[in-house]
Design a binder for this molecule. Structure first.
Ligand code: SAM
Length: 342
C-alpha cells in the first residue's frame, strides 16, 4: 500500500459556491443542552458504576453488561447480544444504501487504502468492508472493546476515546468513516474536538463519511411517537443531537479552507411487515434496540420493565399495521488536496 500518495486526485465536481449546501441547509442547528450526567437518563446505569475502580471494566445492571465509565454515554449494553444486533443492523444499512459507503473510494480501496472507522462498535462495518477489499487496511477504534477476537488479517482494533483525540499521525487515512456515533456522544464536544481530528488524520484528497440519524420518525403512530418523544427529549437533555444531518454539514462547512462538503444524501428505512422482509428485519432490530435499553426507558417513562415490555408488544403491532419510517443520512466530506496537516 502506498501511504505517501494523496488519497485521491479526483476532487468533487462541485465547487464550494455551487454545491448549494449553504442555501439548501437553512434550518437552525438543533439546540442541545450541556451534559447533565447527574440527572441523566442513564441514572440507573450510572448508579451501578464504580468510577474509582478502574480494574472493573464493566458493570452489570438488570442482566445487561455496561462499560464502567461514567464519562461516556454508552446507553446500549456492551454484550454479545448487542454485538449480534449491530451486525444485523449493519446488513440492513448495506441493503438500504446499496453498499457500505457512498464516498467515491472504491478504486482506492481496490488498490490498497488505509481506512479508519471511528466508534466501530462490534466491528460489523470494518469486517464486512475489509473482506471486500483485502488489499486495504482497516482500523477500528471504540471506547468499548467489543471488536471480535476472530477478524480478517487486514483489520485491527484500538480501544480509545475519540474525545481525547485520535492516536494517529496527521494525514494517515485515505478514508475515515463514522457510523451512528452521534446518537451517543456529546454534540458540542464532537463539533469542537472531533471534527478537527477526523480532518487531521485524513490524507489530502481523502474522504470522510458520516452516517447517522437524519430526523425524527416520519409517519409515527401513537406508541412510536410516545417512545420517540421520551427518547429524543432525554437525548437532547444529555447534550446529544439525535438528528444531526444539518448540524454535521454546517460544522464541516466551517472548515472550508480544509474540506469540500457534498450535498447530504438521505435514505428511508421502513419498519414493519408491510415493507416486506427488510421491513420485518428493520423492525426487529429496532425492537431489540429498545429492549436492550429497557432499563433506561423504564426510568424515563416512569414505568416498570414489565410495563415497557408490553409497550414494545404494542409498538410492534402498531408498526405492522401502519409502516413507520426512519431516516438516516450519509454526509461526504473531502479533505482538500492542498490541506496538508503538519
Ligand atoms: C450506536 S454504536 C454504533 C457502532 C457502529 N459504528 C455501528 O454503526 O454499528 C456507537 C458506538 O460508539 C462508541 N462510542 C461512544 N462514545 C465513544 C467515544 N467517546 N470514543 C469512541 N467510541 C465511542 C460506542 O461504544 C458504540 O460502540
Amino acid at each position: 500500500m502506498d501511504t505517501d500518495r494523496p488519497a485521491s486526485s479526483k476532487m468533487f465536481d462541485i465547487s464550494d459556491t455551487d454545491s448549494g449546501i449553504s442555501s439548501e441547509i437553512t434550518e437552525a442547528e438543533p439546540e442541545v443542552n450541556s451534559p447533565t450526567y447527574s440527572s441523566s437518563f442513564m441514572d440507573p446505569i450510572e448508579a451501578a458504576m464504580k468510577p474509582d475502580n478502574v480494574l472493573e471494566k464493566f458493570v452489570e445492571v438488570s442482566g445487561k453488561r455496561y462499560l464502567n465509565d461514567n464519562t461516556v454515554k454508552c446507553y446500549l449494553p456492551a454484550d454479545r447480544e448487542e454485538g449480534i444486533r449491530e451486525h444485523d443492523r449493519h446488513y440492513i444499512d448495506r441493503i438500504v444504501w446499496e453498499g457500505n459507503y457512498s464516498a467515491p473510494v472504491s478504486e482506492n480501496l481496490s488498490l490498497g487504502a488505509s481506512v479508519l472507522d471511528v466508534g466501530c462498535g462490534a466491528g460489523a462495518w470494518v469486517i464486512d468492508t475489509a473482506l471486500d477489499y483485502s488489499e486495504s487496511v482497516f482500523v477500528g477504534i471504540d471506547i468499548v472493546p467489543s471488536f471480535p477476537e476472530n477478524h480478517p488479517p487486514n483489520t485491527v482494533f484500538f480501544k480509545c476515546n475519540v474525545l481525547n483525540g485520535l492516536p494517529f499521525p496527521d494525514n494517515t487515512f485515505d478514508f475515515v468513516r463514522q457510523g451512528l456515533l452521534l446518537v451517543g456522544i456529546d454534540w458540542q464536544l464532537w463539533r469542537d474536538k472531533v471534527v478537527s481530528e477526523l480532518t487531521r488524520v485524513t490524507k489530502p484528497g481523502g474522504y470522510i463519511e458520516i452516517m447517522d440519524v437524519y430526523e425524527e420518525s416520519t409517519n409515527p403512530g401513537i406508541i412510536s411517537g410516545k417512545i420517540d418523544t421520551y427518547l429524543f427529549e432525554n437525548l437532547r437533555k444529555a447534550g446529544i443531537n439525535p438528528a444531526s444531518g444539518t448540524g454535521v454539514i454546517k460544522t464541516f462547512n466551517g472548515f472550508k479552507d480544509k474540506v469540500i462538503v457534498a450535498p447530504i444524501e438521505v435514505r428511508t428505512y421502513h419498519l414493519g411487515k408491510k415493507a416486506g422482509r427488510i421491513g420485518e428485519a428493520t423492525l426487529k432490530c429496532m425492537v431489540d434496540a429498545y429492549r436492550a435499553m429497557k432499563i433506561i426507558f423504564a426510568h424515563i417513562m416512569r414505568v416498570t420493565e414489565e410495563e415497557f415490555e408490553e409497550i414494545l408488544i404494542d409498538f410492534e403491532k402498531e408498526c405492522n399495521e401502519a409502516t413507520l419510517c426512519k431516516t438516516r443520512y450519509r454526509a461526504i466530506i473531502q479533505k482538500r488536496l492542498d490541506a496538508y496537516d503538519n
